[in-house]
Design a protein around this ligand. Structure first.
Ligand SMILES: [Zn+2]
Length: 407
C-alpha cells in the first residue's frame, strides 16, 4: 500500500500554506514594516474550497497553532471574517464576521497534537474527546478544526482570523515575541475550484454514511504523520454501511461476514479514471476482531483511481479476491470494480471511500467532493425502516450518520 511513499516523493507535495503573514498587506500600503510580535505561528496544511454538505456551503480546514514564545499561553478565542467578500445580491463588499469561538465552542474545535495521532480508518474508531482548553505550553501545538458555514449569496476569496490569548507569565514575555495577547490578519486563501461530482458507489440499497462529513467524526480528526509530515487523508471520508430490511446492518449473529448486509455488495467506479493502486490478497477479518493493524494493512484490500489531476478516489476494506480491475487500467464511471469486504482496520463489512490529492491512502490530503444524486432517508440514530423522510438531494455530501439510497 505504501509503495508510493518514497521519502523524496513526499517532499514534492503541496507545501504548508504559511498564514503567518506579519501583516504583509498593511506593510504594502504604508510602505513601512508593520512587523510586530506574535505569540504563535499559524499554519494551514490544506486551504479549503467551498463544498455543499447537506445543502450548506461549508469550508473545512485546520489551523495548526504553535507557541514559539517564552511563556505558556492559553488560546481564548478565534474569530473568523470573510475577506475579499462580495454579496452577489448587493455587490457591496462586506467585512462580515462568519464565526466567533470562545469557551466551550472553542474547546470543541481544539485538538492537542498529543491526542491526535491515531489511525481512524474504521467505523469502530473513537476519537479522543477534545479538551475544553486552549492551553499552549511553550513549544506545544494545538490544531483548531475549522468548519465554517458561508451564507448562500456571499462570494469570498479568503478568510481572516483573529486570535486572543492569555499570557501565563507576562513578566517573562517583556520585549519578546509573545507579549501580545491578540493576533489578527491570519489569512487563509479559499481555493476557487468546485468539488468534483461523483456518481454513487452502489447501484441500489439503503446505506448509512458512517463517520461521515462533520467536524467531529473520527475521519475528520484523524491526523496521521507519514514520512515526516502530518496529513488528514480522511477529511471527507465516509464509511458506507448497508442497512437491511430489518433496519440493521446485519442479520442473525454478528460473527459471520455473510450476515452483514454490505458484505459482497458490488462497489462501482464513481468517475472515469485510471487505476493507480490495487491490493487484493488480505484476508477478511472475523467481525468484531481486528488484526494487528499496520500502515501496510490498515486499508485492507483496496483500489485507488486517479479521476483528475491531483485527484484520487480510494475504496478500502474490500473483500479479498473481489477486485475486478488491474493496475493502470482505464475504467469508466459505473462499472463494478470490487465487492464490499471486511479487510484491514475494520470490525464489520463496510466501504471506506475517500478523495485525496495524491496516490496514497494515508500520505495525502483529503479533498472535498459531492455526490451527483441520492435520497435522504433520515439519520441512523433514530432511523425507522417503515417510517422516514425521503428527500431528493443533488450535488451535495450527506452529513454524518445520514441514511440514504441511490436513485
Ligand atoms: Zn473509514
Amino acid at each position: 500500500m505504501i509503495g508510493q511513499l518514497r521519502s523524496g516523493c513526499v517532499l514534492r507535495g503541496l507545501p504548508l500554506f504559511v498564514a503567518f503573514l506579519l501583516g504583509a498587506a498593511v506593510a504594502a500600503s504604508t510602505a513601512q514594516s508593520s512587523a510586530r510580535p506574535s505569540p504563535v505561528e499559524v499554519l494551514t496544511p490544506k486551504p479549503p474550497m467551498l463544498v455543499m454538505i447537506e445543502r450548506k456551503r461549508v469550508l473545512v480546514y485546520e489551523l495548526h497553532i504553535t507557541n514559539f514564545g517564552p511563556s505558556s499561553l492559553t488560546l481564548t478565542g478565534i474569530q473568523v471574517f470573510a475577506s475579499g467578500a462580495e454579496s452577489s445580491s448587493t455587490k457591496e463588499t462586506s467585512a462580515g464576521k462568519l464565526a466567533d469561538y470562545s469557551g466551550s465552542s472553542l474547546g470543541e474545535l481544539l485538538h492537542p497534537v498529543d491526542e491526535s495521532s491515531q489511525m481512524a480508518m474504521s467505523d469502530s474508531s473513537q476519537m479522543a474527546s477534545p479538551r475544553e482548553s486552549g492551553k499552549l505550553d511553550i513549544g506545544h501545538r494545538v490544531i483548531a478544526f475549522m468548519y465554517i458555514t458561508v451564507p448562500p449569496d456571499l462570494r469570498i476569496s479568503a478568510l481572516r482570523h483573529r486570535f486572543s490569548f492569555d499570557v501565563a507569565d507576562p513578566s517573562r514575555s517583556q520585549g519578546t515575541p509573545n507579549d501580545e495577547t491578540a493576533l489578527d490578519g491570519i489569512v487563509v486563501p479559499i481555493l476557487q475550484e468546485s468539488p468534483l461530482v461523483l456518481s454513487p458507489p452502489f447501484k441500489d440499497g439503503v446505506w448509512l454514511a458512517g463517520n461521515g462529513p462533520s467536524n467531529t467524526s473520527a475521519h475528520r480528526r484523524s491526523v496521521v504523520a507519514i514520512d515526516g509530515r502530518a496529513y488528514i487523508s480522511q477529511r471527507f471520508a465516509i464509511d458506507w454501511v448497508m442497512v437491511g430490511k430489518n433496519g440493521n446492518t446485519f442479520h442473525d449473529s454478528r460473527d459471520r461476514n455473510e450476515n452483514f448486509w454490505a458484505f459482497g455488495q458490488p462497489v462501482l467506479a464513481v468517475a472515469d479514471g485510471e487505476v493507480t493502486e490495487v491490493i487484493d490478497d488480505i484476508p477478511d477479518n472475523i467481525p468484531g476482531k481486528l488484526p494487528t493493524v499496520t500502515v501496510q494493512n490498515i486499508t485492507g484490500n483496496h483500489v485507488i483511481v486517479r479521476i483528475a489531476p491531483d485527484t484520487y478516489v480510494a475504496f478500502a476494506h474490500l473483500k479479498q479476491g473481489s477486485i475486478h480491475v488491474r493496475l493502470h487500467q482505464k475504467i469508466k464511471r459505473g462499472i463494478q470494480i470490487a465487492a464490499v469486504g471486511n479487510s484491514g482496520n475494520t470490525t464489520g463489512a463496510h466501504l471506506h471511500l475517500q478523495v485525496t490529492d495524491r496516490n496514497s491512502a494515508l500520505a495525502a490530503e483529503g479533498i472535498p467532493y459531492v455526490l451527483d444524486k441520492f435520497r435522504f432517508l433520515g439519520l441512523g440514530k433514530d432511523f425507522e425502516e417503515d417510517h422516514h423522510p425521503d428527500l431528493p438531494q443533488s450535488r451535495t455530501l450527506p452529513m454524518d450518520d445520514s441514511v440514504v439510497t441511490f436513485p
